[in-house]
Write a protein that binds this ligand. Sequence first.
Ligand code: HPA
Length: 276
Amino acid sequence: MFKKIEEAVSFIRSKSSLQPLVGVILGSGLGDVVDAIEADVVIPYGDIPGARASSVVGHSGKLVLGRAGAVPVVVMQGRTHFYEGYSMDEVMFLARVIGRLGITRLVVTNAAGGVNKGYSAGDLMLISDHINFLGLNPLRGPNIDELGTRFPDMSAAYPQELRDIALLVAEDVGIKVQEGVYLALSGPSYETPAEIHAFRVLGADAVGMSTVPEVIAMSHMGIPVLGISCITNMAAGILPQKLAHAEVIETTRRVQKEFTALVLGVLKRFGEKPVG
Ligand code: HPA
């Protein structure tokens, strides 16, 4: 696996000499951030040795190396999900590749259902922590010693310091943000009302089907993460209506401008404030 990761890294380096400082993973329908990136190179996932293309509508699947303002970044537009049938190694693959490209921070984004009854569809939530309900740990199997330790610490996967920067940006651009706990499930069926009730009791504020494998991969590699969830709908049983992927896409479209302003503001600040 490590050899495959390094092959993909070499391939990307052969396409661009840009050294990215920050990585970004864009979730369902949240791809407009790339329009503001001055691209050095755009690589379809299908061209990267070892990478898999996502089959989900709203996930286009390309890697963009370029600059957000002055900050060199690498952006994953689209991701693969466990529910598509990929192995966890496949789901984590590109996150590990951009980790090996030398990013010092990752901004990970997703669409999520609101579990906290104080939230509304269209809210943006900074992820303060997560609960892994995927049914397995993505690092299960032989440890890749070159990437990190066998038993990675998860107590500061989403450092407060990065959220504080995002809060400043949100204030600057006039966006209200929530802060809360993201609970990950494998999907693809949405949850039942009883499950959502149980998750609320457990301390979840939002639910989704992604992000946690990539964040665990980052903790393994020692890379701090800022997570941003777009609350695209209230989770099952909260409102008297059924859940549909069309609503998820519709809400991401509606909040695209605010979301993009938040992410770009964060990238700029991350560029100004080196790690340490
Ligand atoms: N549940 C799980 N994943 C989701 C949801 C949801 O309600 N909305 C967007 N992704």
